[in-house]
Design a protein around this ligand. Structure first.
Ligand SMILES: [Fe+2]
Ligand SMILES: [Fe+2]
Length: 180
């Protein structure tokens, strides 16, 4: 997804400041594949992660109470798992390795409690230069209260923005159906 397409999703407010931070991740080949990872009802992992990252960044940047750079990165990579958790569309171009992982996962612990840990590991694998214990903790604990609580304030913000994005996606669906 290009910068211009992303801007249409997020809006203008602090866009350039945010994009300057997330550019290396968002333009990487591996992150771009998240377009093909289904997420909640009507979004994919790419869109969902961009919205969580941007919202967390705007709040933290505006109020100057959090480290907005860490919020932007943690928000973008909080669901950066190395596997799919839902069946993709039939024409998905993803390699077989992404499917194998999810099939194995089904026999382990539930996605809701495990994927934060897997995303935290995967982010360090692909972006070792961004490794940071606060970002790692924010990603691991973003499913609170299904996992332990976050240790940092940025983690609470990511948790909030993640749930908000999921609810918005759900109601977008309801709204469309109600007025069809
Ligand atoms: Fe998640
Ligand atoms: Fe999420």
């Amino acid at each position: 997804m290009s910068k211009e397409e992303i801007k249409k999703m997020t809006g203008d407010l602090y866009f350039e400041e945010w994009y300057g931070i997330v550019k290396p991740v968002i333009e990487s080949k591996e992150f771009q594949k998240r377009v093909y990872f289904p997420q909640h009802r009507h979004s994919n992992v790419f869109e969902h992660s961009v919205l969580v990252s941007y919202e967390a960044f705007v709040i933290s940047y505006h109020w100057k109470t959090f480290d907005s750079r860490k919020c932007a990165i943690a928000g973008l990579l909080h669901d950066f798992t190395p596997y799919l958790w839902k069946e993709p569309q039939e024409d998905s171009p993803l390699e077989e390795a992404y499917y194998k992982e999810i099939k194995q996962k089904k026999w382990k612990e539930p996605h809701s409690t495990s994927h934060g840990y897997d995303a935290a590991e995967n982010y360090v694998k692909y972006f070792p230069e961004l490794e940071d214990k606060e970002i790692t903790d924010d990603i691991r604990s973003h499913m609170f209260p299904l996992t332990r609580p976050p240790r940092y304030r940025s983690g609470w913000l990511i948790t909030y923005c993640d749930k908000r994005a999921a609810f918005k996606d759900f109601f977008r669906f309801r709204w469309k159906r109600a007025f069809k």
